[in-house]
Design a protein around this ligand. Structure first.
Ligand code: ADP
Length: 243
């Protein structure tokens, strides 16, 4: 479904991505792991044109995207297929839960208001937030806000959802409810790329792991193999430390 090739990115003199490639099949849940500062978030952001890569490409269902492009048309063409869930939820604070989910459908996709509300309600039911339609984000917990953000991502019917450390801003007791929603999405067959430090998620929900360090891919492997029988010494060391 997705062939990501040789993504490079520097900030000033600092090389943050030094040629990252990854293949993603439909229904894959890929956990992107690695130490802080290894380039995981930057990689994910480049894939959705939230950062402009210095070079690299992505073929999405046979359609090619130059990740160095800054063309509005390319960006719009790609974002029709994708959705992004941020660490800090990025909800509109002056909009209700319902409006947060419908806005992308009405202004973004030109859907009429009634239809958008029906879609939003369906998605908010899936994440267990249908009883908070008229609440504002600051009346919700972090876990609830993130579940609304996931409903908003799902509502546009994307082919893939990118998650950038979706639980790392949450209090420990709220992490589980967000991971449960993500697990359900994965079970429903959604293709997901997830930058995370949640090893249980990487081990039990994702089917593929990409481990990065210093802007390079150290190893990409099926999750079971990654955790039980990794090839690279660096990954073996990582596994020893988290056990
Ligand atoms: P990770 O997600 O693995 O923690 P990041 O992709 O966030 O890593 O960051 C990789 C490196 O790039 C870090 O050294 C970070 O400071 C740097 N970096 C990220 N974004 C920017 C930016 N907008 N400007 C300058 N440096 C940045």
């Amino acid at each position: 479904m997705l062939e990501i090739r040789d993504v490079k990115k520097s900030f000033g003199g600092l090389t943050v991505l030094d040629g990252i490639s990854l293949d993603v099949e439909k229904g894959d849940v890929v956990a992107i792991l690695g130490p802080s500062g290894s380039g995981k978030t930057t990689f994910l952001r480049c894939l959705n044109y939230l950062e402009t890569a210095d070079s690299g490409s992505m073929t999405f269902d046979g359609e090619k995207f130059d990740l160095h492009s800054t063309g509005k048309r390319d960006i719009a063409r790609l974002r029709r297929k994708t959705a992004f869930v941020f660490q800090n939820y990025n909800l509109f604070l002056n909009k209700t839960v319902l409006q947060n989910v419908t806005l992308g459908l009405t202004s973004g996709m030109g859907m009429d208001k009634k239809k958008a509300e029906a879609v939003a309600l369906e998605m908010l039911e899936k994440v267990g937030m249908a009883d908070k339609l008229q609440n504002y984000p600051n009346q919700l917990s972090g876990g609830q806000q993130q579940r609304v953000a996931i409903a908003r991502a799902m509502a546009t019917n994307p082919e893939i959802i990118y998650f950038d450390e979706p639980t790392s801003a949450l209090d420990p007791e709220l992490i589980g409810e967000v991971l449960a929603v993500m697990r359900k999405l994965a079970e429903d067959g959604m293709t997901m790329l997830v930058v995370t430090h949640e090893m249980d998620f990487a081990r039990n929900v994702s089917n593929k792991v990409m481990f990065m360090e210093g802007g390079k891919v150290v190893e990409t492997a099926p999750s079971k193999q990654f955790f039980e029988n990794p090839e690279e010494e660096r990954v073996k060391e990582f596994i020893r430390k988290i056990q």
